[in-house]
Design a protein around this ligand. Structure first.
Ligand code: PXP
Length: 239
């Protein structure tokens, strides 16, 4: 039985489109929890394009499940995390011009830096997850840096143009989950997952939590936030 953690960034994206105060990602997070989500995720970006510092601080006061802060491994964000104390930090790569996170961390190329950031967060009793591509070397490097969790990047699976490619990408994810479990890491997965493409994940075990944002917010616009979250909770609970 896997858990759903809901990313509320895109609720804030709609707010920022008009520069007003609604919709409020904090309210969406509360509804998501009432609908069965077991975690709330927000990504505080350097450019503050959606989630704001205020959102993060109010979410820290109101989230009753687990608050997962996605962030780049830079000093500004580490200082914020040490002050706000989310339950969990997910380290992600961040490029200014990207539409969304484009791939996993290259842990191998900056292992010393990631190790140090991980140590500072863990010393403050914040769990640390590394967002990585389904590549054995990156998973091993995350483990060696002291990660508690790896979040496997599912974006290439989600974006596959053909069924054959989707199967190939899914097999990479399946093997990565096995590698991570063998190393004693906890495993989550996310990026680009939808009500349709997530169904294949019912065939593998080892993934504790799914991190999903855009597809839920997109459906919520049509059917309401609570219903959209509840439908996804029911899908992942069967895995
Ligand atoms: N996991 C990580 C690390 C992400 O950066 C994102 C996007 O913010 C997600 C999961 C959720 O992706 P999506 O919005 O496509 O469901």
């Amino acid at each position: 039985m896997a858990r759903l953690a809901v990313n509320v960034d895109h609720v804030a994206t709609v707010r920022q489109a008009r520069g007003t105060i609604e919709p409020d990602p904090v309210l969406a997070a509360g509804i998501a929890e009432l609908a069965g989500a077991e975690g709330i995720i927000c990504h505080l970006r350097e450019d503050r394009r959606h989630i704001s510092d205020r959102d993060l601080r109010v979410l820290r006061q109101t989230v009753k499940t687990r608050l997962n802060l996605e962030m780049a491994a830079v000093d500004e964000m580490v200082a914020i995390a040490l002050e706000v104390k989310p339950d969990l930090v997910t380290l992600v790569p961040e490029k200014r011009m990207e539409l969304t996170t484009e791939g996993g961390l290259d842990v191998l190329s900056k292992a010393q830096d990631y190790k140090e950031v991980c140590r500072r967060l863990r010393d403050a009793c914040i769990e640390v997850s590394f967002f990585v591509d389904p590549v054995p070397g990156q998973i091993k490097a995350a483990h060696d840096c002291g990660a508690d969790i790896v979040e496997i990047h599912t974006g290439r699976y989600a974006d596959a143009a053909t069924q054959d490619e989707a199967i190939r990408q899914f097999e990479r994810i399946r093997d990565a989950v096995s590698d991570a479990c063998r190393l004693g890491l906890r495993v989550s997965a996310g990026h680009g997952l939808t009500y349709v493409n997530i169904k294949r994940f019912g065939r593998i075990s080892g993934i504790e939590e799914y991190s999903i944002g855009h597809s839920i917010v997109a459906r919520a616009v049509i059917v309401g936030f609570e219903k959209a979250v509840r439908s996804m909770v029911e899908l992942v609970r069967d895995f």
